[in-house]
Design a protein around this ligand. Structure first.
Ligand code: ZN
Length: 429
């Protein structure tokens, strides 16, 4: 009986900490943007606050504010200063973390721009930036307070750009709001950008569960103007002056397209309410990139598997899906996973904590690991060795998946479920 009362009590605490009315109690109808820097090398990481801004539009969720999906290499936690109650949390990953696994980080210290947007607090809050140390363990890197009345919180800083709604199905509080930002489009290429952004949205809606939940998804296009047309390719000695300073050859990998100018990207994103950022690069060059709750990049005119890359990168940036592919020999991101830990990505497992992954989706009697057969090569769920860039010790849920090859037709069932979980998290009341 006593146990019963305790669980009732805990249930009420849980309800109290996650109820929808908390939004109006703790937050205003606008956003607070937190810019900070991750600094360090392959072994050490520090985080330093850069600056705070008020932004007019909050596109994020208004329910389950303190619910954590346990996704991302980092998380932010926001506490009401007076009561110490957790009032908002969100996971995210970083370009910095990937850089830490490259050879350059063995001998150089660097800093990377990072941004998290939170709903604008009504009262003073304590903010904590944490780094993941295991599947369910965290280390705090940075703590600070935000006084919402601080006169030095930057306001009215948005750049000018033409904004168009590509698809508007519902209000931002009930929607997954995707902002597509133009990169490498000159002033005379704005119409090409809007048509490319429309194509990008159409490509997302060729995949489940985006098709099923289309009416919960808004897509906006922000026509940032570049001085020059195209995208920088340092490995071909080509540097161009573009809106968000992106380039291929990230970490010396020819196809890896990213931008170090995260603050600039956020300036353009802040013109609309947003949950997810897609930067569309005006180039036929194959490549892209995607980092959870950071941004995704894709090329607009690649003849090779453009739709597949668009959806694959969004799998990373929107739902935190891991790469299910692996390559024999050296990989630029070798060392990204410690096989003694369960990775946080929902679609790969080291089997250290498989219960927390897709074990409950396995058909009865499935062998773990699952040998590849002619039958399961064409579909179904198992535990197949190879994934997360590793041939041994890491496992994926299906023989093929959008997160593994361009030849796959769709996300595997585990990835579909993981994407749907994020869509529901952002849109359910
Ligand atoms: Zn998958």
């Amino acid at each position: 009986m006593r146990k019963f009362f305790i669980s009732i009590f805990l249930f009420f605490i849980f309800l109290n900490s996650t109820s929808a009315q908390d939004y109006d109690r703790f937050f205003n109808d606008k956003a607070c943007r937190i810019d900070f820097q991750f600094c360090g090398d392959n072994k050490t990481t520090t985080a330093w606050l850069d600056h705070l801004s008020e932004e007019p539009l909050w596109g994020g969720r208004r329910a389950r504010l303190s619910t954590d999906l346990n996704l991302g290499q980092n998380r932010i936690q926001v506490f009401d200063s007076l009561s110490n109650q957790l009032i908002y949390t969100e996971g995210f990953s970083t370009l910095y973390f990937e850089w830490q696994t490259t050879p350059e980080a063995l001998k150089t210290k660097k800093s990377f721009e990072q941004t998290v947007q939170i709903p604008y607090p009504k009262n003073t809050v304590r903010v904590q930036i944490d780094k993941r140390t295991g599947f369910g363990s965290w280390e705090t890197l940075l703590t600070f307070h935000i006084d919402p009345n601080d006169k030095l919180i930057r306001r009215n800083h948005q750049p000018k750009a033409v904004v168009r709604e590509i698809q508007k199905n519902t209000t931002p509080d009930k929607a997954v709001d995707i902002v597509v930002i133009a990169e490498g489009y000159t002033a005379s290429e704005q119409e090409k950008f809007f048509s490319d952004a429309t194509r990008l949205a159409d490509q997302l809606f060729t995949h489940e569960p985006f098709i099923k939940h289309r009416n919960r998804i808004n897509v906006y296009a922000v026509a940032a103007i570049s001085e020059q047309s195209g995208i920088s390719m340092p490995h071909k000695d080509k540097w161009l002056n573009t809106a968000v300073r992106s380039h291929y050859y990230t970490f010396y990998e020819p196809r890896y397209l990213t931008s170090p100018a995260n603050y600039l990207i956020r300036d353009y994103a802040g013109l609309v309410p947003y949950d997810a950022i897609y930067v569309l690069a005006n180039t036929p060059e194959y490549g892209g990139g995607g980092i959870y709750n950071f941004y995704a990049f894709a090329s607009a005119d690649s003849k090779r598997a453009q739709a597949e890359v668009v959806v694959h990168e969004f799998g990373h940036s929107f739902a935190g899906l891991g790469d299910e592919y692996f390559r024999e020999g050296a990989d630029v991101l070798d060392g990204m996973y410690n096989l003694k830990e369960e990775p946080w990505e929902p679609n790969i497992t080291s089997l250290v904590n498989f219960d927390a992954k897709w074990k409950n989706m396995l058909p009865k009697g499935t062998a773990v690991p699952t040998p590849v057969t002619d039958k399961n090569k064409t579909g179904g769920i198992g535990v197949f060795e190879g994934g997360g860039y590793l041939t041994k010790g890491m496992y994926r849920p299906s023989y093929d998946c959008r997160m593994r090859t361009n030849e796959a037709r769709e996300f595997c069932p585990v990835c579909q479920k993981a994407v749907e979980k994020v869509i529901l998290h952002l849109t359910e009341k």
